[in-house]
Each structure stands twice: as structure tokens, then as C-alpha cells.
Design a protein around this ligand. Structure first.
Ligand code: HEC
Length: 226
């Protein structure tokens, strides 16, 4: 075998092995995770994503919301994410196992949305935020998503989903209503919630003892003398 062949096969095997290692270590740590069935609640966690919200996840992915919003609450001590109330606990791998496409996000231009459902306002307010962020949060740098809404003539009764006329400019006799994409997106956002603390991961979430902290005294009563 000449030297070039040895170098070629050497490099080939080194790359193949590291690639296989990367793949297998993920399968071993993440791929084996299964939903946890809580006997007392008779429910499996993480819960199944309802169809409407699953379609909303697709809209979220298509529109690139993940470019500015992460969906991963970071733990550790101290955790700025927990201090900001972006979640009640850090995110675990198990939280994502039902998701076809995990949208962890790139940058944190806006707040982390992993538990947005817990702090979400009423749907009407959320639609208004998507239509015109600065109306809800003055100075917001989030882009307006007006293309998710349609302006149409009011025919008969106005739509109960129409945006508040006092807050958005609407021509007389018209209304601004969320399209189906906006509706499924809002259903998705309102359903974002990782509150369940899996027994297996729970202890990881218990803050470690600070150095020098004394163990709580345990008092063992003396056995009564005979
Ligand atoms: C260019 C960056 C950017 C993009 C893209 C973006 N956002 Fe935002 N978003 C922000 C910023 C900044 C804020 C904080 C200011 C505010 O609330 O308007 C925010 C706030 C939010 C909030 C309120 C969060 C809270 O905790 O109150 C929601 C919900 C939200 N965005 C959803 C979305 C959705 C859904 C998309 C995609 C359709 C999206 N954002 C795209 C930057 C962005």
C-alpha cells in the first residue's frame, strides 16, 4: 500500500468513527427517553401536542420565530432564566421528545418562549402583539406580522376575533381578523408549557448544598434502657 492510500483510509476511518460515536452517544442519551406515566394523575408527560398546536409549530418554524426566540430554560446556579421567570425549572431533554422538530432557537433577541403558555395574555392581546408589537410593548423591536391578518368588510355580525378597533387603524365598515395561520400559531404559543417535574430529573433540579453548609442535625432518640 502506498502512503497516500494509508492516509486516505486512516482519515476515512477516523472520521467515520467519530461520526458514529456522535450519533450513538445521542441515541443513547436522548433516543432512549420515553414519556413518563404518572399513575396518580393517570397521564403521560410530556403530553401529546394537540393537532392545532402542532400546525402552529410549523408556522412558528416557517416564520423564523426561532431566530429571535429560544425555547430552552437554562438552569445552574444562579440561573438568569429562572430569575426572569422564563420557567419554574430548567429544561430537560425529555421535554422535547414529542416534538417532530425541536426549535431550540438561535439568538435571544426576545424572551425565551418555552413556558410562554404560563404567562400568556388573553388571545386578543396576543393577536394584537403579533399584528403590532409596539402597540402592546412600546419600543418593541419585534417585527409586525401583519400578513397573518386579513382586513375585510364586516358582513353581518363583526367577528369575535377581530382586533380592537380602538387600538388599530381600520377603515370604516371593515375589521382586521387573524388568518388560520395566526390562529394555529396562537394555539401553539398558548400551549407552550413545561411544568411537570419528572421524578428522574427532579433531583438534578434540587439546588446543591452550598460549601460549608451544615447537614441538618438528625436526632436519634436513645433506645430506652431496659
Ligand atoms: C427580530 C427578532 C424577533 C422575531 C423574528 C420575532 N420576535 Fe417575538 N419578540 C422579539 C422581542 C425583542 C420581544 C420583546 C418585546 C416585545 O414583547 O414585543 C418579543 C416578544 C415576543 C412575545 C412576548 C414574550 C413575553 O414573554 O411576553 C411573543 C409571544 C413573541 N415575541 C412571539 C413571536 C413569534 C410567534 C414570532 C414569529 C412569528 C416572533 N416572536 C418573531 C423579537 C422577535
Amino acid at each position: 500500500m502506498n502512503r497516500a492510500t494509508v492516509i486516505f483510509f486512516g482519515a476515512f476511518f477516523a472520521l467515520t468513527l467519530s461520526w458514529a460515536g456522535l450519533l450513538l452517544s445521542n441515541v443513547r442519551s436522548y433516543g432512549v427517553l420515553a414519556p413518563y406515566f404518572d399513575d396518580t394523575e393517570n397521564k403521560a408527560y410530556p403530553s401529546q401536542v394537540p393537532g392545532l398546536a402542532a400546525r402552529g409549530a410549523q408556522v412558528y418554524a416557517d416564520l423564523g420565530c426561532a431566530y429571535c426566540h429560544t425555547q430552552q430554560v437554562r438552569g445552574g446556579e444562579p440561573s438568569a432564566d429562572l430569575a426572569r421567570k422564563w420557567g419554574g425549572r430548567e429544561s430537560y431533554g425529555r421535554d422535547y421528545i414529542r416534538e417532530e422538530r425541536v426549535l431550540l432557537g438561535d439568538l435571544r433577541v426576545g424572551p425565551d418562549l418555552r413556558n410562554f403558555g404560563v404567562r400568556a395574555p388573553a388571545a386578543a392581546e396576543l393577536y394584537l402583539h403579533l399584528y403590532s408589537p409596539t402597540t402592546v410593548v412600546p419600543g418593541s423591536t419585534m417585527p409586525a406580522h401583519r400578513f397573518l391578518f386579513a382586513t375585510r368588510q364586516i358582513a353581518g355580525q363583526p367577528s369575535p376575533f377581530a382586533l380592537d378597533r380602538a387600538k388599530v387603524a381600520v377603515p370604516a365598515g371593515s375589521e382586521v381578523v387573524p388568518t388560520e395561520r395566526a390562529q394555529v400559531l396562537v394555539a401553539y404559543l398558548m400551549g407552550l408549557h413545561d411544568g411537570y417535574d419528572y421524578p428522574e430529573e427532579k433531583q438534578k433540579n434540587t439546588p446543591p448544598k452550598k460549601a460549608g453548609e451544615k447537614k441538618p442535625e438528625t436526632h436519634t432518640p436513645e433506645a430506652p434502657k431496659k
